[in-house]
Design a protein around this ligand. Structure first.
Ligand SMILES: [Zn+2]
Length: 499
């Protein structure tokens, strides 16, 4: 009897021990897997930068359930939610930022007549932390397909908002009909490009009726920033139209200036800000702020104009420049933005001054309460997808913004401008789980957002830190170094085929 009971007891003990082992094994959370959404995922012990410009705080645990953030809470190593999570991301010594929003992208699957797969763009965008792209003009039919595939999670790509090219028309009815057709097609907004005032007024009016926002690339026409303020444009792209509105008269073009010549156009664009009347300029900026027009300056896309040497020797070209893009960048009047066949040091000196006044104006606009966003416009003028955007963030700091403000430009401000700030642009419960996990503190040095392996000297200097580790879009974790490796393979194979 005694023996039997002891035996029974020890059997029970073994069973208990075994069941503990099994349940521990079942509850054992694993590291997040590239491109696989887990039921629940926790980013542990991470410093959190919300998108609204407030200080970083942590360590925190970010609990993600499916596509959304369930809770952001003080880190708790003993929390049951950590044990039961399907996937974990170790956030120790790392920073979590809201997913970046690129307010000026162009979807493209070819350049200079050669094929370049969409996935090339997507890898670079996701790898550089972008979870949302506002496409401001591309092939609408193709873009609609890509937008659907992204929405249905059939491709690894950022979420997309399509602001479609809006053409004109000869009559008012044609112009209005054109806007209605774009709405019916599924446009999220419109891109107006160098429109005359007659057309722009009608497009703005029809768009307002249909609830379409407008991104405006102003041309040297009779429409300028005063009209953006009057009609309530959503965003001014780049900067054209702002100094124009502050001129006393018109720009002092030389007698042989030809607007159809891109070299002329870019050369004298570089001498425009200096001609703006500073007092009038402040009034223009105030009127834009009062009308709620946001500014998407895309500083990065004109950088070649002030420093061509820097632009043509960017270190990531070695492994990541697609041959189609390389061909497109080579100076050639056929390709938009490839105007450098006659570029001089004098042009660069003017452009350097141009940047200084432009940057001061963006800062002044923000100080008046204006909303500034970050866009890239890559695929032109030596600017690559992803890398261009990260450079854009650095240039916002150069314009005088604190890194926390720069992150706000890149996240919350973009979401707000598109009317998506109820679920994008912040790290907050109920928001979509769009999160960038950075290996280190980007507020101390925005350079560390760039991937490792590009500049050995810089890698050595930053030790184990540096690089975006994960870009999470709607709860799907993308391992950034894996995306960059995949991009290298796309480029290597394209180069072999183009040889
Ligand atoms: Zn553009």
């Amino acid at each position: 009897m005694k023996t039997a009971s002891r035996k029974k007891l020890s059997m029970n003990a073994i069973c208990f021990f075994l069941s503990c082992l099994i349940s521990t094994a079942l509850a054992q959370s694993t590291t997040a897997v590239h491109q696989q959404r887990a039921g629940t995922m926790v980013i542990t012990d991470v410093m959190v930068v919300d998108g609204i410009g407030i200080p970083a705080e942590g360590p925190k645990d970010i609990i993600i359930e499916g596509k959304r953030i369930k809770q952001v809470r003080r880190a708790n190593p003993d929390g049951d939610y950590r044990k039961t999570a399907d996937a974990l991301i170790d956030g120790k010594d790392k920073y979590a930022l809201p997913g970046f929003i690129n307010m000026h992208g162009h979807l493209m699957d070819s350049r200079a007549g050669e094929t370049m797969p969409f996935q090339y763009q997507y890898n670079l965008w996701l790898g550089a932390g972008m979870t949302t792209i506002r496409d401001v003009g591309s092939d609408a039919e193709k873009a609609l397909v890509q937008q659907r595939l992204s929405r249905e999670e059939k491709i690894a790509a950022p979420r997309m908002f399509l602001y479609m090219w809006c053409g004109g028309g000869d009559t008012e009815e044609e112009i209005r009909q054109n806007v209605r057709e774009l709405k019916a097609k599924g446009a999220d907004g419109l891109k107006c490009h160098q429109m005359d005032l007659f057309t722009f007024r009608i497009v703005s009016d029809e768009a307002k009726k249909l609830g379409l926002k407008i991104a405006h690339h102003v041309g040297i026409k009779d429409a300028n920033a005063w009209h953006d303020a009057e009609f309530g444009t959503s965003t001014i792209e780049h900067w054209y139209g702002v100094p124009d509105a502050a001129l006393d008269g018109i720009q002092q073009f030389p007698a042989d200036f030809n607007h159809a010549n891109e070299l002329h156009r870019f050369r004298y664009a570089g001498r425009l800000w200096r001609e703006a009347n500073p007092e009038k300029l402040e009034k223009v900026l105030q009127s834009l702020v009062d009308a709620g027009v946001a500014w998407d300056p895309t500083f990065c896309i004109y950088e070649a104009s002030r420093d061509l040497q820097r632009a043509v020797t960017q270190p990531w070209f070695k492994d990541y420049l697609h041959p189609a893009l390389e061909k497109f960048f080579t100076p050639n009047p056929k390709y938009h933005g490839s105007f450098f066949w006659g570029w001089t040091n004098t042009d660069e000196v003017y452009w350097k001054e141009n940047y200084q006044i432009w940057m001061r104006s963006v800062k002044s606009f923000a100080e008046k309460g204006g909303v500034v966003t970050t866009g890239e416009d890559a695929g032109f003028i030596y600017q690559m997808f992803g890398f261009g955007y990260l450079r854009e963030l650095e240039l916002h700091e150069e314009a005088g913004f604190h890194p926390l403000e720069v992150i706000k430009h890149a996240t919350y401000n973009g979401a707000k401008t598109m009317g998506m700030d109820h679920e994008l642009g912040r790290i907050k419960a109920t928001y979509l789980a769009d999160i960038v996990v950075v290996n280190g503190n980007p507020l101390a040095n925005l350079h560390i957002l760039f991937p490792k392996g590009i500049n050995p000297a810089m890698d050595k200097q930053r030790g184990n830190a540096g690089g975006i580790e994960w870009t999470i879009k709607g709860g799907i974790p993308y391992h950034a170094p894996t995306l960059f490796e995949a991009t290298k393979s796309i480029v290597t194979s394209a180069r072999q085929h183009s040889e």
